[in-house]
Design a protein around this ligand. Structure first.
Ligand code: UDP
Ligand code: MN
Length: 345
């Protein structure tokens, strides 16, 4: 069967040796703080639809901003590393190549091009994942109970740099080679999962399939995260940013019945760079993306004394008077974003 590359064995020990030999590149930059690489990308060619590349540029600026605030690295891929794994499958060989080249990276965080960070201050609770190797937005009942292909979302997930993850990528990629293999697995997935329309195998359904059929192998190291929006469905979010902003980013209210800002607003089905198979009205998508990007950008612009005139426009205005006495004001939230505590040491 198809493989992603040469079989790697004993990787955890190899990586451990490398880390010991290279103490200047620790996998944890401070206690409890893993080194994180955010990985995203888009097709090699320019977008087929007008405006698509501009959306990609703005979506990447959004990721660069988020990573800067948190001290994460970011990698943008424009290449399909393995022609067999085209389209949405291409994230697998990219993740594998980066994983093996960067033993210092503890977690790789895949973020689709159409996933927008919309809470620039929130950071995943790393400690909670100490015993897990894959953190993916999902719901236990929908995966293991309903066997639904929508039980997870593969547009934003975090994967640890370790042997388990290499093995998972291998098992996962076996369903992806384009043409007859991908078509055949499309049928397998359609039969095994409860609600999947019949078409070629996609990476998201394939991962649900692995969790369901080989739960003992993959389930206990996979954290299905639903306590915050590691991926948030844009349709339910984009009209509410003003309301969310009024109510404030209140973490304490985020328990049952409470709500926090979505970490990620994901434009599922919009195909901002594709066009052909979009499942939503292009104008609704365009407007939603404008609003998400401006909501996020306002969190950055405010640090410098500006904000958008509204979430629906690119125009900005000054929100702080320019002053001859800079550094006098003491705004706690602004301070946390400009000078994160983890950078101090
Ligand atoms: N992608 C890529 N190169 C490609 C095709 C897709 O890097 O040639 C990435 C891109 O980030 C995209 C993700 O893979 O967001 C998922 O692909 P999909 O076709 O599902 O796109 P989406 O629905 O997210 O627009
Ligand atoms: Mn997507």
């Amino acid at each position: 069967p198809y493989t992603l590359g040469a079989a790697v064995s004993d990787y955890d020990a190899r990586r451990g040796r490398w880390l010991r030999a290279n103490p200047g590149f620790p996998a944890f930059v401070s206690p409890g703080r893993p080194r994180v690489l955010v990985v995203t990308g888009s097709p090699p060619r320019r977008c087929g639809n007008a405006g698509g590349d501009h959306v990609l540029l703005r979506a990447f600026k959004n990721k660069a901003d988020y990573c800067r605030v948190h001290g994460f690295d970011v990698f943008y891929s424009n290449a399909v590393l393995d022609a067999e794994l085209s389209g949405f499958w291409t994230k697998l060989p990219i993740l594998r190549a980066l994983m093996l080249a960067h033993p210092e990276t503890e977690f790789l965080w895949w973020a689709d091009s159409d996933a927008v960070f919309t809470d620039m201050l929130f950071e995943p609770p790393w400690g909670k994942y100490a015993a897990h190797n894959l953190v993916i937005p999902g719901w236990h009942d929908k995966v293991y109970g309903a066997k639904s292909w929508l039980g997870i979302n593969a547009g934003s997930f975090i994967i640890r740099n370790c042997q388990w993850s290499l093995d998972l990528l291998d098992a996962w990629a076996r369903m992806g080679p384009r043409g007859p293999v991908r078509d055949a697995y499309g049928k397998v997935l359609g039969e095994a999962l409860s609600d999947r329309p019949s078409y070629e195998a996609d990476d998201q359904s394939a991962l649900v399939y692995l969790l369901v059929t080989e739960r003992g192998r993959w389930g206990h190291r996979t954290f299905l995260e639903s306590s915050y929006s590691l991926h948030g469905y844009w349709v339910e979010i984009v009209d509410r940013y003003e309301e969310m902003r009024r109510r404030g980013r209140d973490y304490r209210a985020a328990g049952p019945g409470g709500e926090r800002w979505p970490l990620v607003t994901h434009f599922v089905g919009c195909k901002p760079c594709g066009g052909q198979y979009a499942s939503y009205d292009a104008e609704a998508c365009r407007r939603g993306m404008e609003r998400a990007l401006n909501f996020a950008d306002d969190q950055i612009l405010r640090l410098y004394g500006f904000e958008h005139e509204s979430l629906n426009t690119t125009a900005v205005r000054r929100v702080r008077n320019d002053t001859g006495g800079p550094l006098d004001a003491d705004d706690e939230e602004v301070g946390r974003l400009l000078h994160p505590a983890f950078r101090a040491g």
